[in-house]
Write a protein that binds this ligand. Structure first.
Ligand code: HEC
Ligand code: HEC
Length: 382
């Protein structure tokens, strides 16, 4: 496997599918980091997660049926071989490898494993935390929440491995006087005279790209037929209950906030002090208060009818009774990064100014559009 150092010519070592896999994986990985933190980009984050999963599955198959240097058997080195290689590298007497060197081969196996685990934990977190994706309904909010932590640890570990990999490529390139990134683009590396170029495997490369493009078209089909009213992936869960009286009494001054946005004790407290409602007197009679209170109690945050409801309930300390949604720890955390310019355009309590599904109470990530007119205003202007 290790070839004599005397290099004679440059031959094609990396076939097209291997190169495409490498650079698409690297690109997708960067996109995952850029989109990890912002609910608005969750659709894209999930899409590129599936892409990473698909690429890894492809690479595993290609590791058995691909061209010579892409096959796992050509770089199945033991851990000691990798350590020996690193020691030799330190003493600048390492051998030249036509394919992957032993240290590089380990970074590949680790990245493939961590990548697969990251994708699986991500899909599981999505199924639990947001009740979306293939595992929708199979996991609870709490399990999803815990799996998200696992997902994040795996992603950070992978970032560390990628950093070591990049460092290894730089050191390897310098000490071996071979531009390894360029080789992963152009496919050619130094090889002894008797070494042949591998086939480019163009058909497999085209098949890979066609499958990815087809998947992208299918995944984003919702955007392709997006309408003014539904410019996003609609909420996947059941439609939330709304009470006509609740709507009637509350929506004259602001959005009729869905009861799932505060714990039951908060609604009780708000209704108990209805004569001093943020400086307004709601002047509701006792019977109306009783009926509003029973509706709020039946759909309060504790009932976890949406991912947001579960988060609001579980992140609000039992000892506190927030009177404002905008004072709950979850709300404050989720909006900590919204900029002043946006708050100038849309007031905090006008949820519909940034959440197109505010009236429905679902607060889906796909429905966040900062500064768009609220849904009810939009339906009037046509
Ligand atoms: C007469 C006008 C009026 C009516 C009717 C009204 N509210 Fe309010 N509400 C207000 C005002 C004013 C505020 C404070 C807005 C601010 O902080 O800028 C407020 C704030 C709130 C908040 C806190 C929002 C936040 O997170 O900051 C909640 C919750 C709320 N109202 C619930 C209700 C409910 C439930 C009803 C119906 C039973 C209702 N309101 C009816 C005027 C009204
Ligand atoms: C100025 C725009 C703006 C307003 C007004 C606003 N939000 Fe948001 N909201 C955002 C943005 C942006 C995010 C995504 C933040 C992130 O994930 O980084 C968000 C995220 C959320 C989330 C989490 C969604 C998810 O799936 O992670 C919930 C729930 C939410 N907002 C509820 C509300 C409620 C309730 C109100 C009204 C009381 C409100 N927001 C008002 C901009 C706004």
């Amino acid at each position: 496997m290790s070839a004599p150092t005397k290099a004679v010519e440059r031959v094609v070592v990396w076939d097209l599918p291997t190169r495409i896999f490498h650079w698409l994986l690297a690109t997708a990985f960067v996109i995952e980091w850029l989109t990890q933190d912002d609910a608005r980009y969750l659709d894209f984050h999930v899409f590129f997660g599936y892409v990473i999963g698909g690429l890894i599955a492809f690479r595993v198959v290609w590791g058995f049926v691909g061209t010579r240097w892409a096959r796992f058997t050509s770089f199945a080195y033991g851990p000691f071989a990798a350590l020996r290689y690193l020691r030799d590298l330190l003493h600048r007497r390492q051998a030249h490898f036509v394919g992957h060197n032993p240290a590089g081969s380990w970074s590949i196996f680790i990245v493939l494993t961590l990548g697969a685990l990251s994708v699986l934990s991500g899909v599981a977190a999505l199924g639990g935390e947001k009740q979306q994706g293939p595992l929708q309904g199979l996991l609870t909010f709490a399990q999803g929440d815990a799996l998200r932590e696992v997902h994040s640890v795996l992603a950070w570990t992978m970032l560390a491995v990628v950093a070591v990999h990049i460092l290894g490529v730089v050191v390897g390139s310098l000490s071996d006087r071979e531009n390894l990134p360029a080789a992963m683009i152009g496919g050619r590396k130094r090889a002894p005279a008797n070494e042949q170029s591998v086939s480019l495997a163009g058909n497999a490369a085209i098949a890979l790209l066609v499958v990815l493009a087809g998947f992208a078209a299918w995944y984003f089909r919702g955007y392709l037929k997006a309408a003014r009213e539904v410019p996003y992936f609609p909420f996947a869960g059941p439609v939330l209950a709304m009470d006509a009286q609740w709507q009637h009494e509350c929506e004259s001054c602001h959005l009729a906030y869905h009861p799932s946005l505060l714990p039951a004790r908060s609604w009780q407290a708000l209704l108990a002090r209805q004569h001093d409602h943020f400086g307004e007197d709601l002047a509701l009679d006792a019977q109306v208060v009783a009926s509003l209170s029973s509706f709020a109690g039946a759909h309060s945050a504790e009932h976890a009818e949406t991912p947001a409801a579960w988060k609001i309930a579980s992140r609000t300390p039992a000892a506190s009774t927030p009177l404002q949604i905008t004072e709950t720890p979850y709300w404050k955390r989720r909006h900590a990064e919204v900029g002043d310019a946006d708050w100038q355009r849309v007031k905090k309590i006008d949820c519909g100014g940034c959440h197109l599904d505010a009236e429905q109470g679902t607060f889906e990530p796909g429905a966040i559009h900062i500064g768009k007119p609220p849904v009810n205003a939009r339906s009037n202007d046509t």
